[in-house]
Design a protein around this ligand. Sequence first.
Ligand code: NAD
Length: 252
Amino acid sequence: MTPSTSVRFDFTGKSAIVTGASGGIGAEVVRLLHAAGAHLVLIDLNPEALDSLAAELGGERVSLVPGDASAQGTIDAAVAAAVAASGAVDLLLPVAGIYPRSTVEETSDELWDRVQRINLAGVFKLIRASIPHFAAGSAVVNFASVAGHRGSQLHAHYAASKAGVIALTRSLAHELGPAGVRVNAVSPGTINTGMVKDLVSDRGDLMMAQTPLQRFGEPGEVASAAVFLASDAASFITGETLHVNGGLFMAG
Ligand SMILES: NC(=O)c1ccc[n+]([C@@H]2O[C@H](COP(=O)([O-])OP(=O)(O)OC[C@H]3O[C@@H](n4cnc5c(N)ncnc54)[C@H](O)[C@@H]3O)[C@@H](O)[C@H]2O)c1
């Protein structure tokens, strides 16, 4: 039994927009939210993977919006689908991210801009478009990274974007709190997905040695933390970044 299957929440009647929905962590978030009754609005660049995820969910309570999560057209379509499903944007989980590898010296303006656009500006734009449709009790869970706290060798663009996600999370918690909307983040360490294949083969031993639990995480272990933050079980938690990294980074 994975940790995610033992967690039980009730999101019946709520809509949830998830970006990067067919990725390693995104698909686990989707499975948990769907099992707990939510209507899922799924964004990903990969339409075939979205189709197969929707088929796995039985096609019920799912709207697919294939496309770039940082593009305004995709964002507007997703927000409209969420509002059509529940009358509001109840839950927002912008999971999509990219993790290219390059030294700062090798990083072109185009690569820098692409990483910031997908990992940070896309999150900002989706939240901004959702604000008029949030209801009291709506919740945003952003996806940061241990890189946003520690920095990351060969991924400075990524680390900078994730530090931005953490600051955006706190700032939005201030701004949206009075309306009863909570904004939190999870900050994963090394999680077994396609994203970190190269990292694990280059520096996996070092990462493992620095991790008190002495293993990498599974996508379901990040998803269960994210779904907790989205749920009423976290009703007095906002502006928080929850580390999900086996102890790799302990905030002082
Ligand atoms: N895996 C890890 O070790 C790890 C660690 C820290 C943080 N994270 C973060 O967790 C999140 C999920 O990572 P993952 O490991 O599941 O990665 P993944 O590569 O398995 O999945 C990412 C998904 O995002 C989609 N995507 C990429 N760009 C997109 C765009 N512009 N529009 C729409 N979809 C897009 C991809 O198609 C893919 O399905 C990311 O934000 C990542 O930065 C992951």
